[in-house]
Design a protein around this ligand. Structure first.
Ligand code: CMP
Length: 140
């Protein structure tokens, strides 16, 4: 186990459905520290840059449109093994395959509108955190 940081996004469906508090409550209950947090409304270009690894996927255009459809809440999470721990809290990308009691199982409405995003590895976490936050905005 090692101390890690990861990027969390509460997606436009989560924000518009009033799920910010629910997600934050689950993070705090799991002893995951929030060390940076802000609300942003992404432009199309910003969403495309964030999801650039998916640019060849058939769902890319729909995904980036969805991600710009309203504000999102972005957070930097910190803790021991936090990348995997947060992914366990979120559940599988496809909510129908997500475990009982996970955020996506409880709240997602389809594979795209799945309420939250979380980095999948240390390298992607570093890229994704740097995409939204500078050093001064992250609590040490
Ligand atoms: P996320 O974890 O943010 O990573 C990529 C996103 O693409 C994913 O959550 C979903 O919102 C969206 N998506 C839409 N369709 C698919 C699909 N078939 N497979 C994976 N991700 C998808």
């Amino acid at each position: 186990m090692s101390m890690q940081r990861t990027l969390s996004i509460i997606k436009p469906d989560g924000v518009s459905r009033g799920l910010i508090g629910e997600v934050v409550k689950r993070l705090e209950a799991s002893d995951i520290s929030i060390v940076a947090m802000k609300m942003v409304h992404l432009t199309q270009a910003q969403a495309e840059g964030f999801y650039a690894v998916h640019r060849e996927r058939p769902f890319f255009e729909s995904l980036t449109k969805f991600m710009t459809s309203g504000p999102v809440v972005v957070m930097v999470l910190q803790g021991e093994d936090v990348i995997a721990r947060y992914r366990n809290l979120m559940g599988a990308t496809n909510y129908e395959e997500a475990a009982e009691g996970t955020i996506r199982r409880d709240f997602a409405t389809d594979i795209e509108k799945n309420v939250v995003h979380g980095s999948d590895a240390p390298e992607t976490a570093a890229f994704e955190i740097g995409y939204f936050f500078n050093q001064l905005e992250i609590m040490s």
